[in-house]
Write a protein that binds this ligand. Structure first.
Ligand code: MN
Length: 134
């Protein structure tokens, strides 16, 4: 089983449910926020191991939210994986330029989704997993 806490910032309720279900089934603890205005203070307070960031959000968009996370000394160490409906090269470049560690296009297959999350999880969050050699 995977371990670690993931904050999902996503305004689409169906995607939020789907991501939460996939991640909880894999063993992660999930916190959700439906916009960046709620998500940014939650990230500071809860110190998740990883953040899944929808780029298309009402109010502050995911790119701006990621820039703010990366400017904040209390959150800049947390990897942010961008999630977007567009898989254009320019979207990927914009996400990486804003400070995202990786990029997921939706919809994505469950295996690709979980592989991407696992690849971006900091080692410290996985150290309790006996199947992961230290
Ligand atoms: Mn959205």
């Amino acid at each position: 089983m995977a371990s670690g806490t993931i904050l999902i910032i996503e305004d689409n309720a169906v995607n939020m449910k789907l991501f939460t279900l996939m991640l909880e089934t894999a063993g992660y603890t999930v916190i959700g926020a439906e916009n960046a205005e709620v998500g940014l203070p939650l990230a500071e307070m809860k110190q998740p191991d990883l953040i899944l960031m929808d780029i298309g959000l009402p109010g502050m968009d995911g790119l701006e939210a990621t820039r703010r996370l990366k400017q904040n000394p209390r959150t800049r160490h947390i990897p942010v994986v961008a999630v977007t409906a567009h898989s254009l090269r320019s979207d990927r470049e914009q996400a990486l330029a804003a400070g995202c560690s990786d990029f997921l296009a939706k919809p994505s297959r469950m295996k690709d989704f979980l592989d991407c999350v696992a690849a971006n999880m900091p080692r410290t969050a996985r150290s309790t997993d006996p199947s992961t050699p230290n």
